[in-house]
Design a protein around this ligand. Structure first.
Ligand code: B12
Length: 214
């Protein structure tokens, strides 16, 4: 199945057919492949069609809702696989409503045995900070699809730097992938432009933790 075909299925409104097709795909592919090779390009195509006025806002909302359903319905929440690899809090910047990417990031962490708190999009900084003070995550993952959210990167980074112990901050999302965030990386944030690079980062962290405890 191609991402164009999947986009058409999303637009047809047939949620169970979409789920069947995705479950078939998962028989021969990983979840990361599903997210990166199929769902993300399908949603980017929806964005393109929307921009060209080839589909309506209602069509785009329907497609988003079905994509969301498919991600949740194929998520792996098996407790058995939990390895206590670490604690990660995942959220979108204040004013950012796009969250499908965040949900995918949460799934990837879960697959690698992490304990995940998925906080959804549009989390005001004061609340994000309070939650992090209480739960003490090892990692905070932030996502921005809108370019207009990028000025908040520094504000969130400055606030998270005051936390004890200091979490690693991961930055991702469409806007992050397009921007030059060398200032944020100089301050210790890790910019990850895809789920592939996220997997490499998780793997490298696991290896360095093993070495440290050996
Ligand atoms: C669906 C959608 C919406 C939905 C969002 C629903 C939802 N619950 O998410 C709704 C209708 C709410 C919406 C609203 C708007 N949207 Co919109 N939307 C989209 C659309 C079509 C798809 C977004 C999506 O889900 N993509 C799929 C996900 C999986 O991709 P992703 O977020 O990039 O994530 C991937 C990676 O980036 C990575 N990743 C993401 N986050 C993170 C975090 C970490 C830590 C890591 C490691 C990796 C990572 O992992 C994912 C896996 O591949 C895009 C088109 C596009 N090209 O993305 C436009 C798009 C993002 N929207 C856009 C706009 C303009 C808007 C609005 C301003 C429109 C308006 N006038 O109201 C509002 C803003 C709302 C707000 N305040 O946020 C523009 C943004 C342009 C810009 N310059 O910033 C886009 C690009 C459309 C376009 N071509 O113009 N939108």
């Amino acid at each position: 199945m191609t991402s164009e075909e999947l986009a058409d299925i999303f637009l047809s409104g047939d949620d169970y057919y979409a789920l069947n097709k995705v479950q078939d795909y998962l028989k021969t592919h990983t979840r990361k492949e599903l997210f990166q090779e199929l769902l993300t390009p399908a949603m980017y195509r929806i964005g393109q069609l929307w921009q060209e006025n080839a589909i309506s806002v209602a069509d785009e909302h329907l497609a988003t809702a079905i994509c969301d359903f498919v991600i949740s319905a194929t998520d792996n929440r098996s407790q058995e696989e939990k390895e206590n690899a670490g604690k990660v809090m995942i959220m979108g910047f204040e004013g950012e409503d796009h969250y499908l990417g965040l949900k995918m990031v949460a799934c990837v962490f879960r697959e690698h045995g992490w304990t995940v708190r998925y906080m959804g999009p549009n989390l005001p900084l004061a609340h994000a900070l309070d939650a992090a003070k209480q739960w003490k995550p090892d990692v905070i993952g932030l996502s921005a699809a809108l370019v207009s959210r990028l000025p908040l990167v520094k504000t969130y980074m400055d606030a998270f730097r005051t936390l004890e112990p200091k979490p690693v901050v991961l930055l991702g999302g469409r806007a992050v992938a397009l921007a030059d965030l060398s200032d944020a990386t100089a301050e210790g944030a890790v910019v990850l432009k895809s789920l592939e690079t996220l997997q490499h980062w998780i793997q490298a962290r696991k290896e360095s933790n093993h070495e440290a405890s050996a």
